[in-house]
Design a protein around this ligand. Structure first.
Ligand code: ACO
Length: 331
């Protein structure tokens, strides 16, 4: 079974409630109709009667719940929660109401925080920053996690590297700047994401332009420091570095450049040393190898919220909703 079909089957086995706040985008309705028909998740769309009539005309929304943010009996509960969480940041009831009405992503996150939904998918017509900022502010990280990061589940066709062509790539989406402890945490979260989504043991490569001391620079030291921290903090994770990409993936190169490493040549979880490398790397593989790139999926958040590419199709939204529902099952 293809990866995405397995995900949908998992999501259907224990249906979760996922919010789509982008009622201003027609792809939301196309996806919602498909998700409801396939029974992947219970879908909530946030929008006014006018927005639904204008953008959702012609779609069968009979299996979908609509929440009107101007006329919702639960609204005061969400305003109170917003103020409780953010009054120290200057949020008053007036500011909370205004922000929730202007930006439905806040509304969606508050529905999750109050237990009325299990996850959110957005970003078809909002930037990554605007999509994830409300989640960072309101839902926060899981206990013991300092930083949220973003991974892609890459499915490379006709590929015997990684786990039969399946890989986790991280961080490709969130942290513009990270030090060695953060990099080690990204590695641990990525290993967990690989195990949860692929159902196999992660082999984590901490990537660099250097393999085992072949080059010297502060950028390389950041990676070797992260490897040392990860070995100490997460001794059960099979992880090695610093490794160049070819040494991480190709057995003959791994044996040559990193002899004795259990990860070199067999890596399935690639941790990039910077956001530039991660973001460019996943797009290269997606475009040149015609890989499916599922994500960015956020890891480390207390509740699942996921971003979409602004160039996405309705089917991509269906896929990300399935991933979000599976994350909600695991939460
Ligand atoms: N993990 C957990 N919390 C975080 C993180 C993080 N990685 N980053 C910020 N926060 C928290 C802050 O602590 C703060 O909380 P507080 O308000 O309670 O104090 C809140 O989020 C906002 O923090 P700011 O620093 O003000 O956030 P900022 O406005 O800079 O936004 C963001 C953070 C959105 C993650 C930003 O770093 C960003 O835009 N990253 C890059 C996103 C991007 O463009 N990615 C590439 C495209 S994605 C793609 O191609 C698929």
């Amino acid at each position: 079974m293809a990866f995405i079909d397995e995900l949908k089957a998992k999501a259907k086995a224990d249906k979760k409630t996922i919010v789509l706040p982008e009622s201003m985008d027609q792809r939301t309705y196309e996806a919602a109709e498909k998700i409801a028909k396939e029974g992947i998740a219970n879908i909530v769309i946030i929008g006014t009667a006018d927005e639904i009539a204008k953008n959702g005309a012609g779609y069968d929304l009979s299996g979908v719940t609509i929440v009107d943010p101007f006329n919702d009996p639960n609204k005061q509960k969400y305003i109170d929660k917003f103020v409780e969480l953010r009054s120290k940041k200057g949020v008053t009831p007036e500011i909370a109401k205004d922000q929730m009405e202007k930006d439905y992503m806040y509304y969606a996150c508050l529905m999750c925080k109050c237990g009325d939904a299990d996850g959110v998918v957005s970003g078809a017509c909002h930037s990554t920053g605007n999509t994830i900022r409300p989640a960072l502010q309101l839902l926060k990280t899981k206990p013991g996690i300092s930083s949220v990061s973003g991974f892609f589940l890459m499915e490379v066709p006709d590929c015997d590297l990684g786990y039969n062509g399946l890989f986790v790539f991280a961080d490709c989406a969130v942290n513009v700047d990270f030090d060695a402890p953060k990099l080690a945490e990204i590695a641990a979260l990525s290993a967990e994401s690989f195990r949860n989504f692929v159902g196999a043991e992660p082999k984590v490569a901490m990537l660099s332009y250097s393999t085992k001391g072949s080059a010297k620079h502060d950028d390389v030291t950041k990676v070797t420091d992260a490897v040392a921290i990860a070995h100490e903090k997460y001794p059960d994770i099979e992880l090695d570095g610093e490794l160049q990409l070819d040494a991480a993936l190709v057995a003959s190169v791994g044996e040559l450049k990193a002899p004795g490493s259990k990860v070199a040549g067999h890596a399935n979880t690639l941790v990039f040393p910077s956001l530039e490398a991660g973001n460019i790397g996943y797009k290269l593989v997606q475009r040149l190898a015609k890989a499916n790139a599922y994500g960015p999926v956020l890891q480390g958040l207390a509740m699942p919220v996921n971003d979409l590419s602004r160039g996405c199709y309705a089917d991509d939204i269906v896929g990300v909703v399935a991933m979000t529902a599976v994350q909600a099952q695991q939460a």
